[in-house]
Design a protein around this ligand. Structure first.
Ligand code: FAD
Length: 504
């Protein structure tokens, strides 16, 4: 995947207020130009990198934070959770000490066509938060959280991680209504994608719980937007994959937190039986949280699991009344959690994967939203072609429904119909392992995507499926023109978040 969107002209742009030797940034060569020389951005460009960063540091007003330029400090920003796209080393990394730092950086970089990518926790899989020869803004330094119990909202800086937001809210007996399955992700990172989880069936995606955002646009302007203030920016920033601005602050709705959670895991032998039970449950809203998964059987093949949870304070739900009609096989698994333990229930598994090293293996992830009408046939056929080795030892397969009407952000694309199903094949590739290699998994994902696109499936863009320009147009459908117009308006220099590869 290439992301070069620089104009096809050689432009030496004179940097303002910098040392005489450096005349500016050569947009075509992606390199810093000095009088009489151009420093290469390719191999052996370490000195150029330093000069570039020095120039940037000098051009910016005094920063409240820091600009990292040391190659060792930059290296992690050329990688991410996927480990599929590496080597796009930025020229510098900004650790902002204030929103003003981000504004100053973008104001400098825009006219010089220097690309800028915000990065939360770097848990995307396909280079989405990277910027080759550009500047990565590590949002982790802007992570303040302030709960307003009376208004039942929380105001957060975008670098905050959801686990910290949860802890701050629980002090007041409140909680964000929707969490992703893993909660060490940044607020800005999930709001840029959408933020789906088992409570989306009730509240929509995390973006649907945002009531106000601060966004620094591609011209360095700081805009507060909401459904009533600059709604066009609000609509294009939510699930906007960082294309129109850097989200710096969000105000999110909260709901009362229950103290206990009772979780049911029900087993089914085939996809249609699972989805029939899920449809029944999602329509009558019996669960506060509803997901589903496929698990490899030791004898080969798959079994399917409905996972449903009910939140409560003192009176536990009646198990039989709740699940008696869901047609599962065998004995249901019933587990009790405190609320925080439930929301963070992946933590022990992740600690284990980190201890074995599998957490750091490549992650060719497939993540789609499917129309209900095609889900059973497509997922059944896909699962028939999958073996446990195709997803890797720590791979996970998710399948769960969300009422389409709950997903209200225009750029969180989903098929039409009453229900959509999230279908995710979260593969882990053993490095350099032949048929199980990341490349083979990527190719398999691409083939599956082409099939699903044909009947109206849309990517949930936290995946690593290689996309063509045409695929992006199909993905955004009737929102494509609005998205492209917003890109031109709010990011006129085309510098923001190049790693998504949408506007090339
Ligand atoms: C183990 C695991 C489990 C997951 N489970 C779920 C799940 O259950 N549901 C779900 O929806 N997703 C899930 N995800 C995907 C996750 O939500 C996305 O990958 C998310 O974008 C990662 O957040 P991050 O902070 O790491 O963002 P990054 O990877 O750092 O950034 C992601 C993208 O957002 C942009 N971005 C980051 N910050 C900002 C900002 N402040 N303003 C504008 N753009 C910004 C970046 O430039 C990049 O393009 C999971 C990921 C992992 C690794």
């Amino acid at each position: 995947m290439t992301h070069d969107r620089v104009p096809g002209r050689r432009s030496f742009l004179r940097a303002v207020g910098v040392g005489a030797a450096v005349v500016g940034f050569d947009a075509e060569a992606r390199a810093w130009a000095t009088e009489g020389s151009v420093e290469s951005s390719g191999a052996g460009a370490a000195a150029g990198s330093g000069a570039a960063a020095d120039t940037l540091a000098e051009a910016l007003p005094p920063l409240d934070g820091k600009l990292l330029t040391d190659p060792a400090a930059l290296a992690p920003y050329a990688d991410d959770f996927g480990h599929l796209v590496t080597g796009r080393t930025p020229r510098a990394v900004l650790l902002p000490g204030s929103v003003a730092d981000i504004r100053a950086l973008i104001r400098y970089c825009g006219p010089r066509r220097i690309e800028v990518a915000p990065r939360g926790q770097g848990h995307q899989c396909f280079g989405q938060a990277q910027a080759a020869a550009g500047v990565v803004v590590d949002m982790g330094t802007l992570a303040a959280i302030r709960v307003d119990p009376a208004a039942r909202t929380v105001e957060v800086q975008a670098g905050a991680v959801w686990s910290a937001v949860l802890d701050a809210c629980l002090v007041h007996g409140l909680t964000p209504p929707v969490f992703t399955d893993y909660i060490e992700l940044s607020v800005g990172g999930t709001l840029s994608a959408g933020g789906l989880g088992g409570a989306a069936q009730r509240y929509g995606a995390q973006v649907d719980t945002a009531v106000e955002l601060d966004v620094v646009t591609g011209t360095g302007e700081l805009v507060t937007c909401s459904p009533t203030r600059h709604p066009e920016l609000f609509d294009m920033a939510r699930s906007g994959l960082g294309q129109v601005g850097v989200i710096t602050r969000a105000v999110l709705k909260l709901v009362p937190a229950r103290s206990r959670v009772r979780k049911y895991t029900l087993t089914y032998s085939d996809v249609a039986a699972l989805t029939a039970a899920q449809r029944r449950a999602v329509r009558d809203g019996r669960f506060d949280w509803l997901e589903g998964a496929a698990a490899a059987l030791p004898t080969g093949g798959w079994q399917y699991q409905l996972e449903g949870a009910v939140y409560y304070d003192s009176t536990a739900p009646d198990d039989h009344a709740l699940i008696g009609d869901l047609g599962f096989q065998g004995t249901p698994e019933v587990a009790e959690f405190d609320y925080r333990g439930f929301v963070d229930d992946l933590a022990p598994a992740i600690a284990y994967l980190k201890s074995t090293g599998e957490w750091y293996d490549p992650h060719p992830w497939y993540d789609m939203l499917l129309p209900d009408s095609d889900t059973d046939a497509y997922v059944t056929a896909t699962m028939a072609g999958l073996g446990a080795a195709d997803i890797g030892a720590s791979g996970v397969i998710l399948l769960y429904p969300i009422p389409r009407a709950r997903l209200r952000a225009p750029l969180l694309r989903a098929p039409e119909g009453e229900l959509v199903f999230l279908f995710a094949i979260l593969r882990t590739a053993a490095p350099d392992s032949g048929a199980e290699s990341a490349d083979a998994m990527q190719a398999a994902n691409r083939a599956l995507y082409v099939e699903a696109q044909a009947f109206g499936g849309t990517i949930y863009p936290v995946d690593s499926i290689p996309m063509t320009a045409g695929d992006w147009r199909v993905q955004y459908g009737d929102q494509w023109a609005a998205f492209r117009a917003a890109k031109r308006r709010f990011d006129p220099h085309g510098i923001l978040t190049p790693g998504q590869g949408i506007f090339r």
